[in-house]
Every structure is written in structure tokens, then in C-alpha cells.
Design a protein around this ligand. Structure first.
Ligand code: S3P
Length: 461
């Protein structure tokens, strides 16, 4: 088991370029594999999750050619040549690893094929509910079987001639929406998904990029079947969910400043910026590209953070950032409430239970609710030995928490970080041990907020 340690941060690097966006990398590989011809994907995220999607598309007949590797990160540029929407039956069951996006979206694609595929994943993925995709895809005509009531993996997906549906999502999920829309490409007529609240729209934007017509009317997204994606090169922006770890580290450090370069700024993903602004952080973004997937630089200046309420329609927009926002809440003044986020319980681990337990181990008072938690900010954090629960975002969030704790924080099970952030350890090291061009952290920042406040009040008096 890999162990990573964190300690009081020494410096905030002037800039960091995070690796490619996970959601867009998955979808780029899938669309490229469904298109006739060659698509070059640049800025690809070579994390274990996304590589599962590439291997799955390869097993289904796509030809993959590596074009560029970055040391310590992996394959960031590749060419995928597809042969159109009719894929080849794989010779063995397809491994989806830890990846909910792979298994759910590929189930949509496989529903329109004329063969049967077995999909499996690791222990965590095998506990996650697949009924949410099995139900609508079965309504479209596919035969999907899985384990138990929640229809967990291993799954079998037997495709057939699909029929279009009009489907109201019972939970706000971009993965379910995307699985249905991808299946909709194989169904003659109009397939419509109704979203209870808007979710990330990368599938829709990639539809446009690959020449597929779709439409949004109020809360409905529709696509017409019988269209085929057209191979088109794509540049993936950096992942704002990965940048969020460093945004919080800088926001909670007075006098610090960091620039996160080339980050995806799709408004369905920038909720983390809005929450940090509400907490009193100084965050600005400068868009450098607005077409397709908008991207640009995010600049964060450190200061004092205040508590906030995170809930309602903004939850899908910050769903992956809630673990690190919970850490921000622990570093803020006052009590933060996270609600309407019961979806966190069915992620790679139960993220409400995992965050609450790890924060408590560091000395924070947390009250757990079925759909969220209340976090008492401002306590003095102390280092602890913490489990990752096999969940990449829990692991990274608590290594950042360790930067604000007295003593050492030992994170066990750190290997899961490769699920979404190859190169994380190298970036963490810039904060813990300093790097070129960073802002060194003055001694004051090591003093817990309440004491620092007293000192500055005395100073003023
Ligand atoms: C994702 C959607 C979200 C998110 C996941 C990636 C996607 O999941 O948590 O990390 O790429 O569509 P849900 O659709 O289950 O909310």
C-alpha cells in the first residue's frame, strides 16, 4: 500500500498546470472510437480511469496510436481511429477499473450494438448502482443484467435495435444523461432526457464538436438517432476538479497567490469558484479560449475564509469538489453546511462518511446528515494517520488538509490518486518543500487563525 505524507506547507508555487479534464478525456476517447477516421486528442488525461476507456474502445475495435508522453504524467497525446458506430465484439470481458464514467457511458454505446458484452470493475465500482443506467437503457430495448437490486457490476449488456425514449432523470447525473444520449444515437427518432437540475454538459458540447446535432429546450436535452460522429481533433483543457485542491490550499493561505493555468472553465463545472468567492476568497479567472470547452487561467489570492451553505442546484456543479471544499470549510471561520448532496454516498466511497471521519481524526467537529454535513470551522487541525478509502479525491483532499495541520499527516492507500491525477505527488512537493518562483509562507500563517487574530488585534491596539 502506498503512503504519502503531508506537513505544514512551505511555499505556494506561482503557477501549476494540472493534467487534462477527466470527463472530457473519457468522452473524447469514446467519440473518437465511434467516428470513422482518425481523431487526435491533445491534453488527454492519462489517468487509470481514462486509460480504461481507451482500452475498452480498443477492445471494441478502435485503433489507438500513442503520440506524446510526458515524464511523470504519461500519454497526453494520442490518435484514435474508429470505424464508425458499429463496433467489434470484444474477445473478453471489458475491465472498467474504478471508473463509473467508463462503465455507465459505454453501457449506452453497447446498447446499440448487435452483440453482448460483459463489463466488470474493481471492488469499489462493483458496489456502485448501475440500475440508474440499466433502467432507461432497458426501456430503450437493451438487455442489461447485473448483481442484486442495485444492478451492480459485473454487468452484461446485450444490444439491439433501440427505440427512442423521453426520460426524466430521477437523480441529477451527467453519467446517466450521457449514457442515454449516446444510446439515442442508435435509436431512430428523438431521444430526450429531462434533468431535474443542470449537470455537466461535456457530452452535448462534444456532440457539437463531432458534428452531431442536439438541442436543449428548458430542462430537456434531445438528440436524433442515425447521426454518426465525424472524426475531429480535440484539445482537452486542464481539469478544474484537480485544480480545486490547489485553489483551496492558496485561498486558505494569507498573502499567497497561485495561477492555475489552462483550466477548463465550462460554467457547469466552475461552481467551486463561486463557493470559494462566497467564502471570501479572492479568485479571478481569465478565459483564453471560448469555443468548444472554454478554458483559461484561474488566479487565487489567499486570505481569511468564512463559512457558507452549499446546496440545491449548485450541487451537481461541485459534486467532485465537495471533499476539498469540506477541508476549506474546516479552515474557515464559522459553521459550513453542505446539503442536498446524498449522491456523495454513492461515489468511489461514501464521501460524506469518509470526509466526516477524516476531519474528526484531525480535530474538527462534524455532524453528519443523510445528505451532507455541518463542519465547525476554525479548529486547530492536528496531523493524523488517515485512510484514503481507496478514493482519489479523499486522498488528495486530506493531503491538502495536512498542509494546515500541526505535525505530520500520513495518508494510507495513496495509490488511488492515479485514478485522476498522475503527477499529483510532484505538485504536492512544490507546496511541502518549495519550488522555483513560489511564495514562501511567512511564519504567521503557521499560527492557528484564532491566535493570529489575537496577535493582530493586539497589534492594532
Ligand atoms: C461525471 C459525472 C459525475 C462526476 C463524475 C464524472 C461525468 O458523476 O461525479 O466524477 O464525467 O459525467 P454523476 O453523473 O454520477 O453525478
Amino acid at each position: 500500500m502506498a503512503v504519502l505524507k503531508s506537513k505544514k506547507l512551505k511555499s505556494i508555487p506561482a503557477e501549476i498546470t494540472v493534467p487534462g479534464d477527466k470527463s472530457i478525456s473519457h468522452r473524447s476517447a469514446m467519440f473518437a472510437g465511434l467516428a470513422k477516421g482518425t481523431t487526435v486528442i491533445e491534453g488527454f488525461l492519462p489517468s487509470e480511469d481514462c486509460l480504461c476507456t481507451v482500452k475498452a474502445m480498443e477492445a471494441l475495435g478502435a485503433i489507438v496510436e500513442p503520440l506524446e508522453e510526458v515524464e511523470g504524467v504519461g500519454l497526453v497525446k494520442l490518435a484514435i481511429t474508429g470505424n464508425g458506430m458499429r463496433l467489434k465484439a470484444p474477445s473478453k470481458p471489458v475491465d472498467c477499473g474504478n471508473s463509473g464514467t467508463t462503465i455507465r457511458l459505454i453501457s449506452g454505446i453497447l446498447s446499440g450494438q448487435d452483440f453482448k458484452t460483459e463489463l466488470f470493475g474493481d471492488e469499489s465500482l462493483s458496489r456502485r448502482p448501475m440500475k440508474r443506467v440499466a433502467d432507461p437503457l432497458s426501456q430503450m430495448g437493451a438487455k442489461i443484467t447485473g448483481q442484486g437490486e442495485k444492478i451492480c457490476a459485473p454487468l452484461t449488456v446485450e444490444g439491439c435495435e433501440l427505440k427512442p425514449i423521453y426520460y426524466k432523470l430521477p437523480v441529477a447525473s451527467a453519467q446517466v444523461k450521457s449514457a442515454i444520449l449516446l444510446a439515442g444515437l442508435f435509436a431512430p427518432g428523438k431521444t430526450t432526457v429531462v434533468e431535474p437540475v443542470p449537470t455537466r454538459n461535456h457530452t452535448e458540447r462534444l456532440f457539437s464538436h463531432f458534428g452531431i446535432k442536439w438541442l436543449r429546450e428548458d430542462d430537456c436535452v434531445s438528440v436524433y438517432g442515425g447521426q454518426e460522429p465525424r472524426a475531429t481533433d480535440i484539445v482537452v483543457p486542464g481539469d478544474i476538479s484537480s485544480a480545486a485542491f490547489w485553489m483551496v490550499a492558496a485561498a486558505a493561505t494569507p498573502n499567497a497567490q497561485i495561477t492555475l493555468k489552462n483550466v477548463g472553465l465550462n460554467p457547469t463545472r466552475t461552481g467551486v469558484i463561486n463557493v470559494l468567492l462566497r467564502m471570501g476568497a479572492h479568485v479571478t479567472s481569465a478565459e483564453t479560449h471560448s469555443e468548444g470547452e472554454p478554458r483559461g487561467h484561474v488566479i487565487v489570492r489567499g486570505g481569511e475564509l468564512n463559512a457558507t451553505v452549499i446546496g440545491g442546484a449548485e450541487i451537481p456543479n461541485v459534486i467532485d469538489e465537495l471533499p476539498i471544499l469540506a477541508v476549506a470549510a474546516a479552515l474557515a471561520r464559522g459553521k459550513t453546511l453542505i446539503r442536498d448532496a446524498s449522491e456523495l454516498r454513492v461515489k468511489e466511497t461514501d464521501r460524506i462518511a469518509a470526509v466526516a471521519s477524516n476531519l474528526r481524526l484531525m480535530g474538527v467537529t462534524v455532524t453528519e446528515h443523510p445528505d451532507g454535513m455541518e463542519i465547525e470551522g476554525g479548529a486547530k487541525l492536528h496531523g493524523a494517520t488517515l485512510p484514503s478509502y481507496g478514493d482519489h479525491r479523499i486522498a488528495m483532499a486530506f493531503l491538502v488538509a495536512g498542509m494546515f495541520a500541526e505535525g505530520t499527516t500520513t495518508l494510507e492507500g495513496a495509490e488511488c490518486i492515479s485514478t485522476s491525477y498522475p503527477g499529483f505527488e510532484r505538485h504536492l512537493d512544490l507546496f511541502l518543500n518549495g519550488g522555483p518562483g513560489g511564495t514562501p509562507i511567512p511564519v504567521m500563517s503557521g499560527i492557528p487563525q484564532t491566535v493570529a487574530e489575537k496577535i493582530s488585534r493586539n497589534h492594532q491596539a
